[in-house]
Design a binder for this molecule. Structure first.
Ligand code: FAD
Length: 376
């Protein structure tokens, strides 16, 4: 089977790129693994988040902001172009988001960090605001804040979405634009061929002019076959879900988000435990305590579910985008904020891959940055 481009991995990252390529009239075959694979796409919190991203790599702030700016149009396209029977409401909302601060010192430290980021990125708009507790109470009258909440930073470009619906809509969008999506097709072999690449999956050989490796935690092994060093490791995150209640928490926050159906998501942890996907009582308790610190009234809600998922984490936590030097036409895309960056992946990145070249402004995300020795 021949395609212009084969995308390996149909998680949020691979699916967004494949959707963007298919929309650009490229013939795309997406090869995805099986249901027992590690899948961050089905385990995440659903934030489209900008504030505070990239404190030590300002281009990442710019990248996150670019994607957040593209999100409204991307969401409109993804849902608007679908026929009525295939419409998936993404539950996307961009009203801004909060990061709560406990105590004056933390409040001032956050202000200083966000101000520096704002200056470093040359932002020319009011991308954030520091709000005192009284203002939070005015904006969120249904939330009873804990005594230690001093205030919060408000990121104007933050938002949230239902991540499972996003994934479903991307898969539907790939098919709608003539792409092929094959599940249970874990890639077992990749070779460069006379004109492009040959990929083996489920006993079948596929060939294409270009190749995109976006297989989450499976990417490192695939990239090594194409001469690329892509260091990714799993980082576990856990999330608690409450029973459904009437809307009372109108903005997403880091660690608390009320969904359209009324559940409240509480999270998330950052744990270095290898490939262990267990949900644990210890971390569940820690997450619940953190949420009660923000609002003790959350104690009246019953927790109905808890899950754990593995982030796709690089050594410095920032994305990796690269085209192989040895095998031009083979690209890699991995990151730990695939929901936030979905709009960027489906537009700017897909366009660049279709054109066969990554833009120079993405060079800070080349994995060569890990080869630079640290000063003693
Ligand atoms: C707890 C938690 C909270 C998160 N919260 C947020 C958030 O609020 N906002 C945000 O932006 N991001 C968040 N993320 C991150 C987000 O979920 C990921 O960035 C995104 O899902 C990564 O998608 P991915 O496509 O790279 O990987 P995955 O979703 O893991 O998908 C990888 C795919 O590749 C396939 N695959 C693997 N190996 C092969 C192979 N050899 N051949 C074929 N297919 C293969 C697998 O079957 C899988 O479908 C969170 C993650 C976690 C775990």
């Amino acid at each position: 089977m021949h395609a212009d481009i084969i995308v390996i991995g149909a998680g949020t990252v691979g699916a967004a790129i494949a959707y963007g390529l298919a929309r650009r009239q490229r013939t795309v075959v997406v090869l995805d693994g099986g249901d027992t694979d590690f899948r961050a796409a089905g385990a995440n919190f659903g934030l489209v988040w900008v504030q505070g991203k990239g404190p030590d790599l300002p281009p990442y702030q710019t990248l996150s902001r670019t994607s957040a700016d593209l999100w409204p149009e991307f969401a409109r396209e993804l849902t608007g172009e679908a026929p009525v029977e295939a419409k998936v409401a993404l539950e996307y909302e961009k009203r801004g988001g909060f990061a709560f601060c406990f105590g004056e010192a933390e409040f001032e430290k956050r202000r200083a960090m966000l101000t520096k980021l704002h200056v470093d990125c040359g932002s020319n708009d009011d991308d954030f605001d520091m709000m005192e507790r009284a203002e939070l109470e005015r904006l969120m009258p249904g939330v009873v804040f804990g005594p230690d909440v001093t205030g919060a930073s408000f990121g104007r470009h933050d938002g949230h979405v239902n991540p499972l619906r996003l994934l479903r809509a991307l898969h539907a969008g790939i098919l709608r634009h003539g792409g092929t999506l094959l599940r249970d097709h874990a890639v077992t072999g990749i070779r460069s061929a006379a004109f492009g690449f040959e990929v083996e999956a489920a006993g079948t050989i596929f060939d294409a002019d270009r190749l995109v490796l976006a297989a989450g935690l499976g990417t490192a092994a695939l990239a090594a076959r194409m001469g690329m060093h892509v260091p990714v490791r799993p980082q576990r995150g856990q999330i608690l879900v409450t029973e459904r209640v009437a809307p009372f928490f109108p903005y997403p926050a880091n660690g608390i988000r009320q969904t359209r159906d009324g559940t409240v998501l509480l999270g998330t942890s950052n744990e270095e435990v290898g490939f262990d996907t267990s949900a644990t009582a210890t971390i569940g308790t820690k997450i619940a305590r953190g949420a009660l610190h923000v609002s003790p009234a959350l104690a009246r809600l019953r927790i109905v579910r808890q899950w754990a998922g593995l982030r796709v984490m690089t050594p410095d936590s920032y994305p990796i985008y690269i085209q192989s030097n040895e095998f031009p036409g083979a690209f890699v895309a991995v990151c730990h904020s695939g929901v936030t960056l979905a709009a960027f992946h489906a537009t700017v990145l897909a366009e660049a891959i279709a054109a066969g070249m990554l833009p120079a402004w993405l060079s800070p995300f080349h994995p060569g940055r890990f080869d630079v020795p640290k000063a003693a």
